[in-house]
Ligand binder design. Structure first.
Ligand code: ADP
Ligand code: MG
Length: 243
């Protein structure tokens, strides 16, 4: 399997505070890698670096072999190939579900309205939300809004999905429908890099789990190994606290 994503010695500091410490990580095609670790360990910063929302202080990131952290790269062209979903769904409140999903394809990527709407409706259908296409976000539950946010990030058929704590803002009874959608994406072969606090979900969806500690990967491996038989004392401590 070829690597879709290659992070090499990635270093990120905020005013002298080293948040990513020469971190290297590959994600192969169709692979699902889950990042776990204490709050502040650098999970979100790593995802933001991959989506070029932060500039690196050192190291490099390649997407499909292309050096995307090269200063000459056009970030908009890179972000078209990456879908990112955040904890807060970030839907536009004044736009319908359909307009939320089609806004970028029409305005930014130059797709025709008809083509963008057809694609959006097909995706909404697949996640069981076609009947909500004309609703405004505030008429939807948090779980439905997050599924719309995921659909919005899928509309360009991304090569890589980045999911940052996508269930953290949801009431417990709504978490399942979002996790089930992510499991479906895995079933479709989507390559994903996911940060989560949901260890049950990590176990189900991850091909590999990376435990981050102070901006470095302290331990990684298949879920049954990292969650079931952690080798590092810090990983054990973290898992004891969280489970
Ligand atoms: P996690 O997602 O694992 O909780 P983050 O990547 O959000 O961790 O944060 C890692 C560290 O980087 C934290 O100490 C956080 O305060 C710091 N940090 C993140 N973003 C910024 C920023 N824009 N400015 C300054 N510090 C930041
Ligand atoms: Mg975070």
């Amino acid at each position: 399997m070829s690597a879709v994503l290659e992070c090499r010695d990635v270093r990120k500091e905020f005013r002298g505070n080293v948040v990513l410490r020469d971190l290297s990580l590959d994600v192969a095609e169709h692979e699902v890698v889950v990042l776990i670790g204490a709050s502040g360990s650098g999970k979100s910063t790593l995802l933001r670096c991959v989506n070029l929302l932060e500039t690196l202080d050192d190291g490099s990131i390649h997407l499909d072999g292309e050096h995307i952290t090269d200063p000459k790269t056009n970030p908009d062209l890179v972000r078209r190939r990456i879908g990112m979903v955040f904890q807060s769904f970030n839907l536009f409140p004044h736009l319908s579900v359909l307009d939320n999903v089609t806004l970028a394809p029409i305005r930014v990527h130059g797709l025709s309205t008809a083509a963008a709407e057809a694609r959006a409706l097909e995706l909404l259908e697949r996640v069981g939300l076609a009947d909500k296409a004309r609703e405004f976000p505030d008429r939807l539950s948090g779980g439905q809004q997050q599924r719309v946010a995921i659909v919005r990030s899928l509309v360009n058929s991304p090569r890589l999905m980045l999911l940052d704590e996508v269930t953290s803002a949801l009431d417990p009874e709504l978490v399942g429908e979002v996790l089930s959608l992510v499991r479906d994406l895995k079933g479709d072969g989507m390559t994903m890099l996911i940060a989560t606090h949901e260890m049950g979900f990590a176990r189900q969806v991850a091909d590999r789990i990376c435990f981050l500690e102070q901006g470095a990967i302290l331990e990684q491996g298949p879920p049954e190994q990292v969650l079931g038989d952690p080798q590092q004392p810090r990983t054990r401590q973290f898992l004891q606290r969280i489970i």
